[in-house]
Write a protein that binds this ligand. Sequence first.
Ligand code: KG4
Length: 340
Amino acid sequence: MNILAFESSCDETAVALVRDGRTVLYDAVLSQADMHAIYGGVVPEIASRKHVEAIAALTDQALCGAGLTKKDVDAVAVTYAPGLIGAVLVGVSFAKSVAYALGVPLIPVHHIRGHIAANYLAFPALEPPFLSLAISGGNTLIVDVRDYTDMEILGSTRDDAAGECFDKAARVLGLPYPGGKPMDELAQQSSGGVYDLPRAHIDGAELDMSFSGLKTAVVNLVHRAEQRGETLDRAALARDFTRAVSDELVPRVMEALRRTGRNKLVAAGGVAANSFIRADLEAACRAAGVELYLPPLRWCGDNGAMIGAQGYYEYLAGHTAGLDLNAYATMDLSGKESVE
Ligand code: KG4
């Protein structure tokens, strides 16, 4: 089954063709990051406009690159939640019109389910059940993936997402947007151990996480140093900051594995590209005898192929939508609760 998949929830316009949920025939991603970099973050209105400009040409590129015509498309999948509402709406509207014009089923896909499914592209033998640590610019979740479309959130951030925290900390350190990758590169220049940064603990909710205190601590530390004219060891700060983020994530996901008895852990999302977090997950999983799946960097960030992968399993589960499908800025991973 050939699925034409669209992703436009943030600042990447992405269109892909995926066969049977596992084989990528073509994956076209156009990042707008350079455009937003001068503002230090994504400007939603600009993101929506750029999606409108790019999506039709990217669709032609994807079909052509896959060596397919429109007649070969068996279904259309699209990210319908969560994300910047104007940006998501562009993908949803375009996908609806394509599905209508081609007379094929329309499959709504939750963005985070897509991030998790990116691993099906990289690891052909991977099948649920497993636990997933989904860490991106907008979400930080520990998810029990009982089956391809049956998931339960075991832990989540109470405030900022891990990626958002990386981006804000990077900004005060004068690094370009998006800040995760430059922070990673800066942190590699130091072994840290210089700055004492806070770790959160939420009483009674040991699997939940919090990043706003850490973010504020870094912002205050940098501002204080500027006011006093002190020179910061930026590389050490990047390293100590990354260690604090990893300390927030890794012990909690290991605790979730212990509680559930699952023996497979699947990392997902842009922050899963972080070299230190990857190394910490590897060490923890090796010690606990857990099988770890780390997606190749290509599949960590937003892309259309991951939506095509999850779309296939949503289709098999009968989760298709009519042309009244709406876009949602926020939605629970279970797909049950939504706020427009
Ligand atoms: O998954 P993603 O591409 O988009 C969302 O769905 O949100 O994640 C983007 C986030 C950004 O916050 C970016 O700074 C972060 O992933 N990121 C990283 C790294 N590469 C990207 N964070 C830490 N280390 C990295 N190497």
